[in-house]
Design a protein. Structure first.
Length: 192
């Protein structure tokens, strides 16, 4: 009985330690820039009215989570492509007229939130984001999905709500990528 209890305690302790190691703290930019960049895994630069990202962000090479939403960004600096540990990137509610190709270098990305931007196509290179599971394009008028996305078998969900597509688009996109759950508003005759 004592051995079982000891084993039970060991398992509970191991589980607790594992969860503690994988808790991701998200720091504000003010907090993060005064810390050791090697110890920061999540940063939010949301709602700072930024027109470009600070160069100091390039030092945060261990980032797994980056939120640059609700700014005035029109492009991402090239160093973003070097943040190779990123798993979650939120660049929603900015002013991107073109999907930033720097993202294509982020092969470990699992979630991209790109909603409320103005680009209308995804680049062919998005196929390099092979671990991508979720793509949020809510209220972003995307109609161009490259054929290369046929290789993205981990991609499970794309949110296209907020833009009213026509019935032909609904059928075409669902036939082209049948393993993906598309979140779509009801079709209308207002767009192709």
């Amino acid at each position: 009985m004592k051995k079982r209890f000891a084993l039970f305690c060991l398992l509970i302790n191991s589980f607790w330690s594992f969860n503690q190691e994988h808790t991701l703290n998200i720091y504000s930019w003010e907090q993060a820039k005064n810390a050791n960049p090697d110890t920061i895994f999540g940063v939010s630069l949301s709602k700072l009215k930024l027109e470009q990202l600070p160069e100091e962000l390039a030092k945060f090479t261990n980032l797994e989570y980056l939120d640059v939403s609700k700014n005035k960004l029109t492009e991402l600096p090239t160093f973003v492509g070097d943040l190779s540990n990123l798993k979650v990137l939120d660049f929603s509610k900015n002013e991107f007229a073109v999907f930033p190709v720097e993202i294509c270098k982020l092969t470990h990305l699992q979630q991209i939130a790109a909603n409320r931007n103005i680009f209308d196509q995804l680049p062919t290179c998005i196929v390099y984001c092979k671990e991508l599971i979720s793509l949020d394009l809510w209220d972003t008028p995307v109609f161009g999905f490259p054929d290369s996305m046929q290789e993205m078998k981990n991609l499970k969900s794309i949110d296209l709500q907020g833009v009213r597509y026509g019935p032909a688009f609904h059928k075409e996109i669902q036939a082209k990528f049948p393993w993906i759950e598309f979140k779509l508003d009801p079709p209308c005759d207002c767009m192709k």
